[in-house]
Write a protein of this length. Sequence first.
Length: 117
Amino acid sequence: VQLVESGGGLVQPGGSLRLSCAASGFTFISYDMSWYRQAPGKERELVAHITSTGGRRNYADSMNGRFTISRDNAKNMVYLQMNSLRPEETAVYYCRAVSGLRGRDYWGQGAQVTVSS
């Protein structure tokens, strides 16, 4: 099983980034997918969640419509489009796959996002 995040980097405040997560080794279409982030010295927090079919999406309140989660079940990919980024959103962003039916929970290794001028 692998979840590999990419697309992180340095961006100026107000800028945009698109994170990608490539999944392999499990039945992707059977799993809900989420993005989390962990800033230095803080707990890991949920950013966005999408159900297995993509029919429902949920976001943390602080996203305020700036972030969009999506998935491509044909490519085993999940994405996070982040707009109007703020310095306080500097964190490691993680991809997570969960199947309650199967009792499985997988995490990626994380991608660093730094928002700074």
